[in-house]
Design a protein around this ligand. Sequence first.
Ligand SMILES: [Zn+2]
Length: 424
Amino acid sequence: MPGILLKNVTLDGSPRDIAIDGATIRRIAKAGELDKSFPTFGYEVLDCTGLTAIPGLVNGHTHAAMSLMRGVGEDLLFHDWIKRIWEIESEIDRDFVYWGTKVACLEMIRTGTTVFNDQYWFSSTAREAAVEMGILPAVSYIFLEGDGRPDAQTQKAKCLKWYNQSLNWGNDSIFTVSVHSVYTVSEELIRWAAEFARDHGLKLHVHVSETLKENLECQAAHGGLSPTEYLDSLGALWPDVIAAHSLWLSDNDVRIMGERGVSCVHNINSNLKLSSGYKFRYNELKQAGANLCIGTDGCASSNNLDILEALKTAAIVQKAWREDPSVMPLDELMAMATVNGARALGLNSGRIEEGLRADICLVDTHNSFFLSPAPFLANLVYSSHSDCIRTVIAGGKVVMKDRVIPGEEEILSNAAKVLTQLKK
Ligand SMILES: [Zn+2]
C-alpha cells in the first residue's frame, strides 16, 4: 500500500521529509534526500512548506459524548453539578453517544488530538464513532453502582462479555476497565475490577481525589485511608492504572502513586471551573516517579477538548501557585500531552521517530503568533491557539487536511437533531 510523504516539513527546527507507511513512520530524512535512500514512488505527497510537525496530542482523560452537554451545570457546586449530569444521563441513548462522540472527535481532531482516553456509556458505540473519524479511542467498561444500576454480578458478567468482544478490535482502539471512583463503587467490586484488569493486561481508569469532599468521605468510611491509600490497600494501583485528577494528594499519596508507577492525569480546566482545586502536585509526583499526563475531562465541566489550552492553563496555574516560573517547563508540558499520554495507554507513539505510530499534527506558523525569536514550543503553547493546527495524521491516515474534516456538516446536523430530542 503506498503511503504518505510529508515533503519539506519542519521537524525540530530543520527541514525534513517524512515517509509514512500504513500506521507507521517509516523513514525521516533531510528534505529532498528521501528518494536516494528510500523509494517513495506512488506515495501521496503533502507539500509541508511552512508547516512544523509535532506529535499528535493525547487526551488522558475525557468523557467524549459530553460534548453535547456543554454548559448545562454552570455555576453549580460539584455535587449539584454531578446530580444534574446524572439527571441528563438517565435519558441518553446510543444515538446521543454516537453523535456526541463524533462531535467530540471533530473538535479533538481540529485541536490536534489523535488519541483519547474515554470513559463513557455505550462505549462500543463511542468506539465505533471514533474509529470512523480515524482517531484512536481507549474505551471502557465502567463499574458504577447505586441509583438503580445493575448489581455487581451483572456488571462483572458484562465486563467479561465486553472484554471478549474487544479481542476482535485490532489496533484501532483500546479496551480498558473503569472504576468510576471510590465513592461510587464497592470495595468488593473495586477488588474484582482491579484483578480482572491485571489478569488480562488491561489499563484501569479511575477518578482519584478529584475533590476534598471525596477525600474526607473516603477517610470517614475507610478507617482514615485516603482514596489513594484505599485503592492501594485493595491492590488497585500498579503501572497500568490511569488516575484521573489525582488532585488532593498527601505526601504519602504522592509516594504511593510514584512507587506504583501510576499515570496521573491533570485536568486543570475542569478542576478550576468546578472549584475542585488547583494544587496538582506536579513536582512532587514527578520526583516520586509517577507518569504525568494531561486531560480535558468532559465538556460538561471544561467546555472544550482543547489540549493546548489545557497545557497553557496547567502551566500558568502551577507557576502562580508555586511562585516559580520554572515549574512545568515547555518540554515537560509537551511530554505530558504526547509521550507520557501514549505511555499511559501502552502505545508506541508520542514522538516523531522512525518505527513509531504515525500520529502527527502539522502546525501553520505563518501568522503573528509565531513571528518572534522565541522557540517554537513557547509560541505554540503560550502565544498561539489550536487554530494553527492545519493538518492532522492519526495512525497514518489524514483525518484533517487544510482544516477540512470530511463529513463535518452531517455530524453537526445529526447532533443537533439528537439534542432536540432530549427532554431536560
Ligand atoms: Zn472525569
